[in-house]
Design a protein around this ligand. Structure first.
Ligand SMILES: NC(=O)c1ccc[n+]([C@@H]2O[C@H](COP(=O)([O-])OP(=O)(O)OC[C@H]3O[C@@H](n4cnc5c(N)ncnc54)[C@H](O)[C@@H]3O)[C@@H](O)[C@H]2O)c1
Length: 455
């Protein structure tokens, strides 16, 4: 019997369908909470028993999701969590939100997606909808997932529904969240798209259907490649400005007054997070298989990947003006999360800067209230560190303070007045300071001699 999808769409609209989310991380938990909040009974499945236990106890481990929301939904019976994939048997829809990292060789690591799909395939039943949300190369849903699910004898678009919908979570964004960020959806067949559209429509204000899973997959890669390339461009401009004695920050801030045709991107110590440093390489890997060389992606990758090394060079130059070497200097890394106001250190360039400084003989410590501890396995320094409190005595003690993440909670005026020497990769220091400041992409300032000098 062919399944038209109408009955599932009706059940979704009437909030009688049961939804599942596989992978309860930065993407999966907010989505599961949004489905549950919309009145759909939702079960989260994760292999990490600690996360499941936290949700069962009504606690959130994702900063953008308040524990009070999780607690209320769990006690109302609308949100549950389990490590048991057999619960998928009773679900009507499943969203896959597992990691898609890169291997050391910069090839896609699809092992999490494959393992989740194999578990789901065991419990696939007629009439079910499965949506992949993990960022991946164009073709994944049709080439990798569809055959796995059809191994059960059921046919996509006929017996069950399969779609791809890219995730656009932006941690710590106060304006855009899961509900008000438009969601792109592309199915294996038009019926698949329709059913997936119905699912997202209960939890997301605007759903944007596209013609295929490949288009939906490519949309995400365009969005993130656009960022990676533009950040690469502005990072290169920062290096150029450093050479030419021009302040790149002033340039970008003036350029962004143009009300059309320009969008500001800012330089920094390098790319971080689970998306921008990784996703473009999913695309270049896939393009290479078709004999196409993605030159912009590779070039931006080179420029961005070289930034931590450049920051270290800048620290060396700054210390040199004080007749000091990196070797033996004490250096405080200020902020180590990959961007401001979040707790995520995945792929954070700050960790590379710290490692490179440590490798050159510096004594490296860090202060980041969002990251109370850094375990040996999280960076290449090979030992555990804990975040230090910022106080005058401490700031005065370090030979150099390197600003790597401009969290809003940092008192940069105090840093400016108490530190001996500052390297600022984020344009965080805005006012005149007692200490010399070496800004990325700008002439260095030294209030003691009241001069502007080239770094
Ligand atoms: N974090 C972001 O800002 C963001 C934004 C857009 C897209 N994405 C993409 O979304 C996907 C998920 O990213 P994330 O940041 O939520 O990752 P995450 O690491 O925070 O969460 C992934 C979760 O999946 C679980 N998991 C791993 N393998 C599993 C399996 N086989 N079965 C069940 N659970 C499993 C992990 O335990 C973890 O809880 C990735 O493809 C990522 O590129 C992330």
């Amino acid at each position: 019997m062919e399944v038209t999808g109408k009955s599932l769409v009706d059940r979704i609209r009437n909030r009688n369908a049961r939804a599942g989310v596989v992978g309860l991380g930065y993407v999966g938990l907010p989505l599961a909470v949004e489905f549950a909040r919309a009145g759909v009974t939702t079960v989260g499945v994760d292999i990490d028993g600690r996360k499941v236990a936290e949700i069962k106890a009504g606690r959130s481990y994702i900063p953008d999701v308040p524990s009070s929301d999780v607690a209320a939904l769990v006690s109302a019976g609308r949100l549950a969590a389990t490590t048991d994939f057999a619960s998928i048997r009773d679900l009507d829809t499943v969203n896959i939100c597992v990691p898609t990292p890169l291997r050391k060789t910069k090839d896609p690591d699809m092992s999490y997606v494959v393992s989740a799909a194999e578990q789901i395939a065991k419990h696939l039943h007629p009439g079910m909808l499965i949506v992949l949300e993990s960022t991946t190369y164009p073709g994944t849903t049709a080439e990798l997932l569809q055959p796995k699910f059809e191994g059960s004898g059921l046919k996509a678009g006929k017996d069950f529904f399969l779609a791809f919908s890219p995730e656009r979570v932006d941690p710590a964004n106060e304006k855009f969240n899961t509900r008000n960020t438009p969601k792109v959806v592309g199915g294996i067949t038009p019926a698949c798209t329709r059913v997936a559209e119905a699912l997202y429509s209960v939890a997301v204000d605007t759903v944007v259907p596209v013609s295929s899973t490949q288009v939906a997959e490519m949309v995400k890669l365009l969005e993130n490649t656009f960022r990676a390339v533009n950040i690469g461009l502005v990072n290169e401009l920062a290096l150029m400005c450093d050479q030419m004695g021009i302040d790149v920050w002033e340039v970008v801030n003036a350029a962004k007054t143009k009300p059309f045709g320009f969008m500001p991107f800012y330089p920094g110590p390098g790319l971080g997070g689970h998306c921008i440093p990784i996703d473009p390489f999913y695309l270049s890997w896939k393009a290479r298989q078709s004999g196409f060389e993605a030159r912009f992606i590779e070039l931006a990758g080179h420029v961005n990947a070289a930034m931590p090394e450049y920051v270290v060079q800048k620290v060396g130059d700054a210390l040199n003006t004080q007749r000091k070497a990196i070797n033996g200097s004490s250096i405080l890394a200020l902020g180590i999360a990959y961007k401001k106001n979040i707790d995520d250190v995945r792929e954070s360039p700050a960790l590379d800067v710290m490692h490179l400084l440590h490798q050159r003989g510096a004594v490296v410590h860090y202060a980041d209230p969002y990251v109370p501890a850094l375990r040996a396995g999280q960076w290449n320094g090979g030992f555990d560190l804990t975040s230090l409190q910022l106080d005058r005595e401490r700031l005065e003690r370090y030979d150099c303070v390197v600003i790597l993440t401009d969290h809003a909670c940092f008192d940069f005026a105090r840093v400016g007045s108490d530190a001996q020497l500052i390297v600022d990769t984020r344009n965080a220091i805005q006012a005149a300071t007692a200490a010399p400041v070496f800004k990325l992409g700008a002439p260095h300032t030294d209030a003691r001699t009241s001069t502007l000098a080239l770094a």
